[in-house]
Design a binder for this molecule. Structure first.
Ligand code: GTP
Length: 558
């Protein structure tokens, strides 16, 4: 059975793709099928040989759960000296009884259960042909294929079988180990960061490992687990359903499809539910069309994800690029593999590992994609907090930011017993500038004055816009006399030369108040005093600095 889907599709096809006979076979084989179901004696005696019909492609592929007889012949004689082995590739949950030349008893093999032969890898079922195989001499095999898994047939030397087994085991270890490791990593990220997307990604990858292990018989390397899960052919379908559900939950969440692509989201959910129903429906019906329809629904789901990714890319969303990068290679390889398994063309041998490799790559891309999303969120948050702490018009600190700064400086001054002064200033007759030249010029005037004054401050001084045309300067580690000098400096920075804005030239000046923090004084009390100093400057005729000497505080410190 060709069990298709997103990653599930890939997994299934990747497994079945191994059905292509390997290079290095000892002879070309012809595979024939017998439709009736007679006794073994009637078949192995050769009386029914004429009724066997050759199949194209040399693959045993059975679409009914009923056991069937097959005949395998070689086009040339294979000597016993070559240690020939009959290999049935990627058998899944098929059970095979084989009558080999020179033996009257059948040999039964399956990847899982009592007939498993642990002497070979899960690449295929291997039957030794100790007495060799003369050209045209039939090997009869009786195949029970509960899930319609196709098996390519080849006759290989024992040396080639071992060599291919070693390579197969290495690739499986890399693949399953890589997926399991990535799933654990994703789980770790979820626990550490709390982003649920990692949990869904991890579950999807664990389900992929489960599928590989149960569909291809690798689970037999862990006997306790194999005994627990048994060799039920329907188990991989449960894993594929899990892969589909977790992949869809992960992808729709990652691409925010619910909010951004609600129609596609609804269709995808519909596909997933339908697919799950059809996959689970194989428990109730053995009809061939049930998994076939399930696979078609699954393919539709895969195509919908591709559409969503392309749509995301067109909207210049980063998640779209990541999904496309992970999905497109898988889809291309999938199509190549489908064509290959359908007999349309033959791809290079490395394609067998390319699909699972693409799956691993997709997992990696999604891990990076999730980190990228988190990074983006952090950047957005930093930007928002930066914006909140900066006054957009003047570039000075915002009122909450300068308030916090003042509070922190007051606390530090009291703790470390160091001086602190503040300067509070206001543009003189700013209303008149607004009225005469308009608000736009007024804004520019505010901007220029903030810039001129900021340039006269030290790096550890802070300038913030208190509101309207009022600005507050916090001068840490500064006594009143020094602060008076700074205030004079600020005043002259503005009235030293006229402002030139949009062709208008006009004078501007500041009125400033200065105050030094007194012992035990709170930030609010200090502000009251500096405000009074500013008011005094205004009252005395503007364009001047008034200093307030420290007073003994009566209230609790802030
Ligand atoms: N262009 C502009 N004007 C503003 C802004 N915020 C406040 N204002 C104006 O600034 C003026 C402040 O006026 P006041 O401080 O009350 O008085 P003043 O004209 O500066 O006179 P004195 O302070 O007494 O010298 C008001 O007309 C406000 O509308 C702003 O962001 N842009």
């Amino acid at each position: 059975m060709l069990f298709l889907l997103l990653p599930g599709v890939v997994l299934a096809i990747a497994d079945e793709s191994r059905s292509a006979p390997p290079t290095g076979t000892l002879a070309h084989v012809t595979v024939s099928r017998l439709d009736p179901e007679p006794d073994a004696a009637g078949v192995i005696g050769g009386a029914l040989d004429a009724e066997f019909a050759p199949v194209v492609g040399g693959t045993i592929h059975e679409f009914t759960p009923r056991p069937r007889w097959w005949k395998i012949t070689a086009d040339r004689s294979v000597s016993a000296k070559e240690h020939p082995q009959l290999v049935l590739h990627s058998p899944g949950h098929n059970t095979v009884e084989a009558w080999l030349p020179g033996s009257s008893e059948p040999v039964t093999r399956a990847l899982l259960g009592p007939h498993a032969d642990q002497g070979f890898s899960s690449r295929g079922l291997v039957f030794p042909i100790p007495s060799g195989l003369p050209a045209g001499t039939p090997i009869y095999v009786h195949v029970h294929s509960p899930d319609s898994t196709p098996m390519a047939v080849s006759i290989e030397s024992l040396r080639d079988v071992h060599r291919a087994d070693l390579s197969h085991v290495a690739w499986r270890a890399l693949l399953l180990g890589g997926l399991a490791l990535m799933a654990l990593l994703a789980l770790g990220f979820w626990v550490g960061i709390g982003e649920r997307g990692y949990a869904y990604l991890s579950l999807s990858m664990l389900a992929q490992v489960g599928f590989f292990a149960t569909h291809s018989g690798d689970i037999r390397r862990v006997p306790a687990l194999a005994a627990q899960l048994g060799d039920d052919w329907r188990l991989p379908r449960l894993f594929v359903v899990a892969v589909a559900v977790f992949s869809v939950v992960f992808l729709t969440r990652y691409m925010e499809m619910r909010d951004r692509q609600p129609k596609l989201w609804n269709m995808l959910l519909g596909c997933t539910v339908l697919f799950a129903l059809f996959a689970l429906g194989t428990w109730l019906s053995e009809a061939y069309w049930v998994p076939v329809v399930g696979n078609l629904i699954l393919l539709l789901g895969a195509a919908l994800i591709l559409v969503a990714a392309v749509h995301g890319c067109l909207q210049r969303r980063r998640s779209g690029y990541f999904v496309l990068a992970a999905w497109l290679p898988m889809m291309v390889l999938l199509i190549v593999r489908v064509g290959e398994t359908s007999g349309l063309w033959a791809g290079p041998p490395w394609l067998m590992h390319a699909l699972p490799g693409a799956l691993l790559l997709a997992g990696l891309v999604f891990m990076i994609g999730l980190s990228d999303t988190l990074q983006q969120l952090r950047r957005d948050r930093d930007r928002a907090s930066r914006l909140a702490s900066v006054d957009v018009l003047t570039g000075a600190m915002s009122r909450p930011a300068i308030q916090n700064r003042l509070k922190a400086c007051v606390e530090e001054s009291h703790r470390r017993r160091i001086p602190l002064s503040v300067v509070f200033f206001d543009i003189d007759r700013f209303k008149r500038i607004n009225d005469e030249y308009g608000h736009g010029i007024g804004d520019s005037c505010l901007k220029i004055i903030a810039l001129r004054t900021r340039n006269r401050l030290r790096t550890y001084d802070s300038l913030g816009r208190w509101g309207g045309d009022e600005l507050l300067v916090v001068l840490p580690d500064t006594h009143l006399e020094e602060a008076m000098g700074v205030a004079e400096n600020l005043r002259s920075a503005v009235n030293c030369r006229p402002l030139s804005i949009d062709g208008h030239l006009f004078d501007a000046s500041l009125s400033l108040g200065v105050a030094e923090l007194a012992e035990g004084e709170s930030a609010a009390q200090l502000l009251d005093r500096v405000d009074a100093a500013l008011y005094a400057s205004k009252a005395a005729g503007r364009d001047r600095v008034t200093g307030r000497v420290p007073v003994v505080a009566t209230a609790e410190p802030a």
